[in-house]
Ligand binder design. Structure first.
Ligand code: AMP
Ligand code: MG
Length: 315
């Protein structure tokens, strides 16, 4: 059931049930993060492997100390600069956080989401919310309540409808451990923004070392094959004989036999991110044989867009 009743969502979560929640990145599938039984329902509903840890959402920065053993100055600076917002910070967890939430890892991923309805919900609760994206593992993340219903409607009791997500791609994840900051996943806050805030260059962790699907190579997949190309016009010329669904980042003048999805008319990266997953869903549903998309500019949120497209693509 879809609705905007925060107190209903609050009641269900308090009873240990799952509720889908809107955030500015994508919709989340939420449960009481301090209740391992409730958290286990997330893994089951999403068919998520138990080695893939969950992000914990808190109502404000003051809550962090309840769940970490070290809220370093560096982490505090990032929280002050970017929360509420799409930056997730990994910090050493304390005993209050069940091992299931962190998949047995010593660090917990925390963030204050920037969505009015979910902030209202979090403030009404006596516990934080563990919430990965509200989709079955390895499928495209939802940016509308309708997509959550389509994907998980049979297992989630209530979907809190907060409209279309503003940012449209998942949060950026950094770890801040022993005063070392490492970028683990590109997302809504760009690497440049973080580097500008801190005045230092940050390193990116080699993918092989990480064993969580948010960082696995194949993820966010459409059911149809998605091919990622460098030159979309050239690719369209080569596939003139086929019916192809195409993700476009700007208007292009052609009359070929394809089904276009215009994510932005003028290559606006925020707009492309905002439309990305919903257009991937649409392209997956039409009668094109496969999906074509171009790599976009590898800067700012463009890197997160390329990351998601690469993981969704056939290689
Ligand atoms: P999702 O919310 O579906 O985007 O997934 C959350 C992602 O956060 C996971 O796939 C991991 O990549 C990352 N994550 C969450 N908690 C941890 C942790 N304790 N250690 C490392 N990565 C984490
Ligand atoms: Mg996910």
């Amino acid at each position: 059931m879809i609705g905007t009743d925060v107190s209903k969502a609050s009641k269900l979560l308090t009873q240990g049930e799952l509720v889908a929640i809107p955030t500015e990145t994508v919709y989340g599938l939420a449960a009481n993060a301090l209740d391992a039984t409730a958290v286990a329902k997330i893994y089951t509903a999403k068919q998520r492997p138990s080695f893939n840890p969950l992000i914990v959402h808190v109502s404000d920065t003051d809550q962090v100390l309840n769940y970490v053993s070290d809220f370093s100055l560096l982490a505090q600076q990032l929280a002050k600069a970017f929360w509420p917002g799409s930056l997730t910070i990994l910090m050493p967890k304390n005993d209050k956080v069940p091992d299931l939430v962190t998949a047995g890892l010593p660090n917990v991923a925390l963030r204050v989401p920037n969505h009015p309805l979910t902030l209202q919900l979090l403030k009404s609760l006596a516990f934080p919310l563990a919430a990965p994206s509200a989709n079955v593992s390895n499928t495209v993340s939802p940016t509308t309540a309708h997509r959550v219903e389509q994907n998980l409607g049979n297992v989630v009791h209530y979907i809190l409808d907060g409209g279309k997500c503003d940012v449209g791609v998942e949060s950026t994840i950094v770890s801040v451990i022993d005063n070392q900051i490492t970028l683990l996943r590109e997302g809504g806050i760009s690497k440049e923004q973080i580097e500008e805030e801190l005045g230092i260059e940050i390193s990116t962790k080699a993918e092989e070392k990480i064993m969580a699907p948010g960082q696995l190579k194949k993820h966010y997949a459409t059911r149809k094959p998605l091919f990622l190309v460098d030159d979309i016009q050239d690719a369209l010329l080569r596939h003139q004989a086929e019916k192809v669904s195409v993700l476009l980042f700007e208007s292009i003048p052609t009359t070929e036999n394809y089904i276009p999805y215009l994510l932005s008319s003028d290559y606006d990266l925020s707009e492309i991110a905002n439309n990305l997953f919903e257009m991937m869903h649409f392209a997956d549903e039409d009668d094109g044989e496969f999906i074509l998309a171009a790599r976009c500019k590898n800067e700012g949120i463009g890197r997160a867009i390329n990351d998601r497209l690469t993981r969704a693509s056939v290689r």
